[in-house]
Design a protein around this ligand. Sequence first.
Ligand code: SPV
Ligand code: MN
Length: 629
Amino acid sequence: MKDAAPGFGEILKTRLDEEAYRRLLRIDNPALHHFVAKYVELCNPDRVYVSQGSAEDIEYIKNTAVKNGEEIKLATEGHTVHFDNYKDQARDREHTLLLVSKGRELGPKLRTGDREEKLKEIHEILKNIMQGHELYVCFYTLGPAGSEFTIPCVQLTDSSYVAHSENILYRQGYEEFVRQGRQARPFKFVHSQGKLDERKTSTNLDKRRIYIDIEGDTVYSANTQYGGNSIGLKKLAMRLAINRASKEGWLTEHMLIMGIHGPKGRVTYFTGAFPSMCGKTSTAMLDGETIVGDDIAYLRKKNGRVRAVNVEKGVFGIIQGINSKDDPIQWEVLHSPVEVIFSNVLVTEDGHVHWTGKDGEVPLRGYNHSGEWWKGKKDEKGKEIPCSHPNARFTVELKYFKNLDPRLDDPEGVVLDAIVYGGRDSNTWVPVEESFNWEHGIITKGASLESESTAATLGAEGVREFNPMSNLDFLSIPIGRYIEDNINFGKDLAKPPRIFAVNYFLKGEDGNFLTEKTDKKVWFKWMELRVHEDVGAIDTPTGRIPVYEDLRKLFQLVLDRHYAKEAYIKQFTVRVQENLAKIDRITKIYRELTSVPSRVFEVLEEQRQRLIRAREKYGDYISPFELAS
Ligand code: SPV
Ligand code: MN
C-alpha cells in the first residue's frame, strides 16, 4: 500500500480508522487524498466513513439516515420520508454563486462572486461545521462508468440523507477512481447540513451558501438539505460540467432522454428541454414510450452523429399532482415496496404519505414540512400551509419504472435523432413545429425559449421568463458563448438531430387550452415520423408544421379520437403579431448580452422578414391550409 504524500498523510492516518484509511489509499491519487484530508481537518467530523459503494456500504448509509432521524420509516417497506427546513424547500438562487477570479467576467444574468473572497467566507463557514457528525466520503460517476462520457465525482457530506439520495440517483464510482488513479479529473463536492434542530433540519439558514468554484472543479454547500442545493452530483455538478463541456466541445443539457417507438418496432431517441412546470416529467413518462433519463443529459459527437447519456440512474421528481389516472407509471412505483425517499410530503398517522393532487381526500391532520399539520394551518405570514410543499419530491431508482429503456447504462449512449424544446406559452408557438435546420432550431427554438410564470410561483402570472435551453439557472459560462457552443456543435455532423419545438399550453381566444394533455403523444409520434421522412410538412415563416391528414390519422391510431379540421386550424394558425413580438423580446435580450454570435441576430431577422412578407400576403393570422397550397 502506498502512503499518502507527507502532511495530509498524517491527518488521514490519525482521523480515519484503519478500514477507512485503507479504502481511501487504495485509490492512487494524492490530490484526492489531499482534498479529503483538508476537509476532514477543517470540518472536523467525529467520524469518517469511506464508502466503496458495496451493498454493505449502501445498507449502512440507508440505515443510518433512519437511525439519526434524517429520514423516518414509513408503513410501506422501503419507503422513508425526509423533511427539509420549512424555509429550505427549494434551490436558493440568491446564495448560489459562481466564483470567478478577478478580471474574469461571465456577463449578465449569471450570479457570480469574487473567488478569493467567497472561498474565504465558505471556508470560515465550514470550520468545525461537522462536529458531532459523521462524514461520508462517497464516490460516483456522472454518466455510465467506463465510457467517454464518464466523469468521476467525490462527495463529502455529513448528511446521510444526501449520501442515501446519491446512492439512489448515481452510479457508484469507487472502482472507477481506483482504475483512473492519478489520471482522474474528478468533480469534488463538500456539503454540510450544518447544525440541526430537533426535527433534524438545517437551522443556520442565514449561513446557507452554495458556492461553485469552476476553476477548482469543486462545489461547496453548507447549512442546507434541500436536494437541489445539497446533492452535489445534480445541479451543482451541472455547472461544472457545462464549463468542462464548453472547453472540450460537447454539451451538458437540462434534458430528458427518451425512446419514441415508431412503426415496425423502430425506436428513435429524443432529448427534450423544458423549464420547470412545462411538462418535462409527463413527457418523459409518456405511455408506450421508454425513458432513458428525466433531467440531465450529456451530448457528444461520434462518427458524425450525436450520442446522449443520462448522467443519473434515478429520479428526483416532483410529486405534486401525481395521480393514478394521469400518471399510472409513477403511481405504481410510488406504491411498490421499493426504496423511495419522499421529501416534504404529508405523513399520516398510519405511516402513509399524502400530497397535493393525490387520489382521495386530503387527511385532516398529519406531519409535514411545517411540523404537526392540520387542515387550515397557517404559517407565520398567515398563509395557509398545504398538506405537502409544491416542490415536494420523491427519489427513486429508474430501474423500478416499467417504461425504462434498456439502453440506460449503454456506455456508448444512444444515437440522438431529435431535440425538443418546450415552454409554457399561451399565445405564440403552435403545438409542434420542426425547425428548418440545426442553426435555425438552436436560435429560434432553444435560444428563444421562454416560459410564462404560473400561480405556483410568487409574482404576477403570465410573465414570460427567458430561459435558453431551459438551462439558464445552471449556466457557468457566458450565455453568448453557450449559444455559440450549441450552434457549433451541429456544424460538422453527418446527420444532425432535428430540432423541434412543442407548446402544450397554447390557448384560444376564450382563454381555454387548445390542446389536451394526451395530445403530446401524437406530437411525438409525428416528430418520430418526420425524423425518418415518413410524412411531409408545411413550411411556415417559423418552421415546418404537420399536414392535417397526417395528424388526423395519428389521432385515430394513437388516441382513437377524431381530430377535427377546426381544431387543427386553431392550433396551427400562424400568429404573426405574437411571433414578431417574441422576436423583438428575444433580440432585445441578446442585444444586452455580451459576445453573442452574429448568427443569432441574423437568423432572428430572417425569421422576422419571413413573417412580415407572409403578413403582407395573408394577414395577421394565417391558416395552415393557406400555406399548404
Ligand atoms: C429542477 O428544478 O430542474 C430540478 C430539481 O430538477 S433541482 O434538483 O432542485 O434542480
Ligand atoms: Mn431539473
